[in-house]
Design a binder for this molecule. Structure first.
Ligand SMILES: NC(=O)c1ccc[n+]([C@@H]2O[C@H](COP(=O)([O-])OP(=O)(O)OC[C@H]3O[C@@H](n4cnc5c(N)ncnc54)[C@H](O)[C@@H]3O)[C@@H](O)[C@H]2O)c1
Length: 387
């Protein structure tokens, strides 16, 4: 194998390149990325970068060691199709990048509302999105956030800290219901009220009011919330449309095994765009977590280079964290519908506690902590030891 092409120049793409060199691949590497920026870290976009406490330079992911990776960066260019038979990635403006293998690391994008919308309505996924939103979050601005998931909650928290008036609209009965369940989702929901943001749960967006510029948000329950700025944080979808016709199995992401192998040899997928069979959960999961984008590529590269036996298997426990109103929320493991929650230490209402998720056999399969990083780390390691 002489030339490997990585499509996607964000965390998973960069982690792939680093893993290729760390695992002694000495051939040519090309990285294609459609954003016009070098790889940067996304978690600060809804937190410190939005708050203005870190700069664009601070969130850059590459360091001086990366200069030695010997990579050809094709930045600001979109891959339009994958010709698996002809072994090439075809760029949107025509050129073909011939290659021996491809690692897909195209990530996901923010789900958009259908139809057009007036000015003042934002999504947040990219640095350019964050720049545009940041300029609007001035003290006293009335912000309505649609969706109280990770993005919505973090932006609400940052905006409240900047002196904005914040309303959050959540379709489910509590925020973060899918990852955390109803009981702990409600605990996270109470953080908003305690910090001056109004959470409207169990209702959705009916209409954005305003012709050229947004003025209000009309809810499905008939209420109208005045708005100077609106953020839509209603989930993400994998960037895989360009792979239609490639022969890859696509179903909410590119289907892969634990190591990122697709159904086509020499094509792998990693990070947010990969819908992988996970040994840890004995099921299919498309993880949108930073840690997965960082870790999965090393295993994928080992599989690609035929070095699985010398590289550690990728069985890591799913993990995410979120920073909201000065609270560090951390979760590891996998919540299933039959889980019950047991408070191990602290008190959920104090915003400082650790809870275990027990399956029907009373075995811990997940751990949630707010502001309890140390015991959380111990539990995370214990969960990782589970077969
Ligand atoms: N700390 C973190 O891990 C973190 C932080 C920011 C972003 N992210 C990533 O960013 C991506 C997007 O995050 P997100 O928060 O948009 O997705 P999400 O899936 O976490 O949350 C979306 C929320 O919007 C709600 N919703 C959906 N449609 C709605 C509607 N019409 N009206 C009101 N509510 C509606 C859902 O019930 C859900 O609570 C994900 O990939 C996420 O992992 C992660």
């Amino acid at each position: 194998m002489e030339h490997i092409t990585v499509v996607g120049a964000s965390l998973a793409g960069l982690a792939t390149v680093r893993a290729l060199r760390a695992q002694e691949f000495e051939g040519r590497i090309t990285v294609i990325g459609d954003e016009r920026h070098e790889p940067y870290d996304r978690p600060p976009l809804s937190k410190e970068y939005l708050a203005g406490t870190v700069t664009e330079e601070d969130i850059g992911l590459t360091d001086s060691d990366d200069a030695d990776l010997g990579v050809e960066w094709v930045i600001g260019q979109t891959a339009a199709s994958l010709d698996t038979a002809g072994k090439a990635v075809v760029l949107a403006d025509g050129p073909r990048v011939g290659t021996d293998a491809v690692v897909l690391a195209t990530g996901a994008r923010a789900r958009q509302l259908p139809g057009g919308f007036p000015q003042g309505v934002h999504t947040l996924r990219t640095l350019d999105d964050a720049r545009a939103l940041r300029s609007e979050l001035v003290p006293g601005a009335r912000l309505v956030v649609i969706g109280a998931g990770f993005i919505g909650a973090e932006i609400a928290s940052t905006a409240a800290g900047l002196g904005c008036e914040v309303d959050i609209v959540e379709a489910a009965d509590v925020p973060l219901q899918r990852p955390l369940g109803a009981e702990m989702g409600a605990v996270c929901g109470r953080l908003h009220a305690r910090n001056g943001a109004r959470l409207h749960a169990g209702t959705g967006l009916a209409e954005l009011v305003g012709e050229t510029r947004v003025k209000a948000v009309r809810l499905t329950d008939g209420r109208e919330l005045p708005a100077d700025v609106v953020v839509v944080g209603i989930g993400a979808q994998p960037n895989t449309e360009w792979l239609a016709g490639s022969g890859l199995e696509i179903d909410d992401g590119v289907r892969t095994d634990e190591q990122g192998r697709t159904t086509i040899p020499e094509v792998l997928a990693v990070g947010d765009c990969a819908h992988s069979y996970r040994d840890y959960t004995a099921g299919w999961l498309r993880l949108e977590h930073w840690t997965n984008a960082l870790q999965q590529p090393a295993a994928a590269v080992a599989a690609l280079l035929g070095r699985e036996h010398s590289a550690p298997a990728h069985h890591s426990v799913p993990y995410f964290w979120s920073d909201q109103y000065g609270h560090k929320i951390q979760f590891a493991g996998h919540r299933t519908a039959d889980c019950t929650v047991q408070i191990e230490e602290g008190d959920p209402d104090s915003g400082d506690f650790l809870a275990l998720y027990l399956n029907s056999e009373e075995r811990p399969v997940g751990v949630l902590a707010i502001n309890r990083a140390r015991p959380f780390g111990q539990w995370r390691r214990k969960l990782a030891k589970r077969p």
